[in-house]
Design a protein around this ligand. Sequence first.
Ligand SMILES: [Zn+2]
Ligand SMILES: [Zn+2]
Length: 396
Amino acid sequence: MDINEAKRQAVEVIDSCSELLLEVSHSIHSHPEENYAEHHAHDVLTAALESNGLDVQRGAYGMPTAFEASTGTSGPEIAVFCEYDALPGIGHACGHNIIAAAGLGATLGAAAVAKELNGRLRVFGSPAEEGGGGKVFMLERGALDGIDAAMMVHPADADLRWMNTIAVQQLLITWHGEAAHAAAQPWNGRNALDAAVLGYMNVAALRQHIRPDERIHGVFTNGGDKPNIVPASAAMHWFVRAGDIASLEQLKARVLAALKAGGEATGCSTEFSWLEPSYAELVRNAPFENLYAANSAALGRVVAEPDGEINVVGSTDMGNVSHVVPSIHPMIAVAPSGVGIHTEKFTDFAASPAGDAGVLDGAKAMAMTIIDLWSSPELLQSVTDAFASRGNLRVL
Ligand SMILES: [Zn+2]
Ligand SMILES: [Zn+2]
């Protein structure tokens, strides 16, 4: 089958099921579910895949809200990731309903020509992108075995070739002191809040001497109970981010030393745990990005290079995937420039006509990219070669 004819057919299938795709997008949007509680999204997506003839594994890889579905029996195997978790308080402010519906659409479009093109497709429902690391557990449990390339599309306020990502790990830290009456016997107390505040200030001083692509940000989660009791316990939650996973390890040690020093200064003990998993930076793949860019342009969306003006910086567990198989993580515009993800405004755009257009165009651009990889051994080889010779192409 001619490659352009295959793309035309896939686009036609996506258009013909647009009602279903938008229904799925809106249904997930109106039932926001956080990390590992995405039961509604899991059920809606798996039902849609199954009713369209795919083999579906619910609750895949030991996670009740993960799934896997597949189609095709031979040929290169491409993976599409669907994310569908929401944020506390502000719902789908990261627009993961769009990622899910676009992934579903790409799957249905590509599946229609999989047999004729001799290609295989696996669609993964990956829970808990917002901190829970669903993809990391899936890949550790073998989800990417045999996969030739992986992709997803993320909504944003611009059409971009990739997202500027940095590696991240979260830290929970608690200081333990000694309670005392704050007026009657303060000399008997060891103030854990002082330890936390000093630790915070130490990190503030450290920030002058970190790299431009490093980020450290934390909140107090416990600062004591009552002003007349010297706080016996205080706690913080931190995110530590760095350009790549190797520099993250170095920064983590510096941050921890700064925080522990607060305990030293006040006679408090420190207890901490790094939350697993850490998120790795995205490894870019230029030939793969080029395929997506060309297909996106054919739909009238010209993807730009992120720069100082149009830039999204964050961390994603797709970064970990990109270290294992060739991957892309393009951004698709669903909101006016300047409306950032993780804002209430973005939540509204995730279910707007612009959000709906993002679902359909994202589905089509991904389906056409899958078709490129299925149809042309040369293109797939160029993607594989770029992955094999990967360096860190991240630009910040
Ligand atoms: Zn997010
Ligand atoms: Zn997101």
